[in-house]
Design a protein around this ligand. Structure first.
Ligand SMILES: [Zn+2]
Length: 342
C-alpha cells in the first residue's frame, strides 16, 4: 500500500494544552510522526511525498473566512502587545450571530473551539501539507489503488468548516471524501478514533451524499462532550446520513468489533462507492487518553473487518498519542487490512 507524508507536517509543534484547567504539555507532538512512519513501513507501505495541491481541495470543505484566519492569524497575533507566543483563544460566542469580529482575539474565539489547537508560525503550512497527503491518497485510490494511507498530522476530524479544535485545523478526512466525490456518487466516512469526529459530522451534517459514521467513547463524560450522541442523525436532506455509536468507557475489542458490525450494516445499506477510514489509534488500552481498551491484536481485527467491506478505501490518520505501541498499532491495523498483500 502507498502511504503519503511530507516533512513539513512535522514543523507544527504545539506547546500548550489546558486539561481540566491545568496547563499540560500538548500531546499532539511531532514525535508521533516517527512512530507512525515506522509503523507504516513495518506494514510494507512505501512512503511518498504528496504534491502541492493548492487551496482548492481544502476550500471545498472550509470557508474562505476560516482559511484566511488560519493563514494570517499568527502574524497578526504577534502585533498584540503582551500576547502569548501561540494563538490561544480566551473568549467564545455561546451562539453565533451574523456578525464577525475584526480583532484577532475575537476571531480566535470565533474560529477555535478550545485551547487544544494552538497556532504557531508553522501551523498553517503543516496543516496544508497534512491535507495534501489526504488529497494524494484519495487520488491514488481514484487512479485504481484498492487502498492508500495518508499519514495526516496534524490530525483533522475535530475541525469544522470554520472552526479548529482538539489538535485539528483542516479536516483531512473530509477533504479526502470530497476529492473522492469527483468520481464516487456516494462516499462513507467511518471514524474509529477514540473521540467523536464532530468536525466531520458538522461538515456533512446536511448532506445525503456523504454518510458519516463514528464509533467513540460516550461523550456524556468525554471530549468533545457537545457532539457524538446517538440522537444526532443529520438535518435537512442529510437527516439519516449521520450515525453515532457511543461506547461505554473502557470498552475492549469485543464491544468495539460488535459496534463495528452495526456500523457496517448502515454503510452497506448506503451502498457507497468509496470509503474513508478516519483512523484514530487512541482507542488503544495504553493510550494516554485512556478512554477505551482496544488491544494491538484488536486493531488488526478492526482492519481486517473493514477490508471485508470490499470498498476502495482511503485511510486517514487521526489521533493516537505517544505510547510504546503507537507504531505497532498502525502496523496491526494496516496488516489486518491487507497492507502486505495490497
Ligand atoms: Zn482522538
Amino acid at each position: 500500500m502507498k502511504a503519503f507524508y511530507a516533512e513539513e507536517q512535522k514543523r507544527h509543534d504545539p506547546k500548550a494544552f489546558l486539561s481540566s484547567g491545568a496547563a499540560q504539555p500538548n500531546p499532539e507532538k511531532p514525535e508521533r510522526v516517527e512512530r507512525l512512519l515506522a509503523g507504516a513501513k513495518s506494514a510494507g507501505c512505501t512512503i511518498e511525498r504528496p504534491r502541492n495541491h493548492g487551496l482548492g481541495p481544502v476550500a471545498a470543505v472550509h470557508t474562505p473566512e476560516y482559511l484566511d484566519f488560519l493563514e494570517h492569524i499568527y502574524a497578526r497575533w504577534q502585533r498584540i502587545e503582551g500576547a502569548s507566543a501561540e494563538v490561544i483563544p480566551n473568549i467564545h460566542p455561546i451562539a453565533r450571530s451574523g456578525s464577525y469580529p475584526a480583532s484577532a482575539v475575537g476571531q480566535a474565539g470565533y474560529h477555535m473551539a478550545d485551547t487544544a489547537c494552538p497556532i504557531s508560525g508553522e501551523t498553517w503550512q503543516s496543516a496544508l501539507w497534512s491535507a495534501w497527503s489526504a488529497v494524494e491518497a484519495a487520488e491514488a485510490v481514484m487512479a485504481g489503488a484498492p487502498a492508500a494511507y495518508a499519514l495526516c498530522r496534524p490530525p483533522g476530524h475535530h475541525a469544522f468548516a470554520d472552526v479548529a479544535g482538539g489538535f485539528c485545523f483542516i479536516n483531512n478526512s473530509a477533504v479526502a471524501a470530497q476529492v473522492l466525490r469527483k468520481q464516487a456518487a456516494r462516499v462513507a466516512i467511518l471514524d474509529v478514533d477514540l473521540h467523536h469526529g464532530n468536525g466531520t459530522q458538522g461538515i456533512f451534517y446536511a448532506r445525503p451524499d456523504v454518510l458519516t459514521v463514528s464509533l467513540h467513547a460516550d461523550p456524556v463524560r468525554f471530549y468533545p462532550f457537545f457532539w457524538g450522541h446517538a440522537d444526532e442523525r443529520g438535518e435537512g436532506p442529510g437527516l439519516g446520513y449521520n450515525f453515532n455509536l457511543p461506547l461505554p468507557r473502557k470498552s475492549a475489542d469485543a464491544a468495539f468489533l460488535g459496534a463495528l458490525e452495526v456500523a457496517f450494516q448502515r454503510i452497506r445499506a448506503f451502498s457507497p462507492d468509496a470509503l474513508v477510514v478516519a483512523l484514530g489509534l487512541d482507542a488503544f488500552e495504553g493510550d494516554p487518553f485512556g478512554g477505551l481498551s482496544v488491544t494491538t491484536p484488536g486493531f488488526s481485527r478492526i482492519g481486517e473487518a473493514i477490508a471485508k467491506l470490499g470498498l476502495p478505501t482511503v485511510i486517514v490518520q487521526e489521533g493516537g498519542y505517544l505510547c510504546d505501541e503507537l507504531g505497532d498499532n498502525l502496523t496491526a491495523f494496516l496488516t489486518g487490512f491487507g497492507g502486505k498483500a495490497r
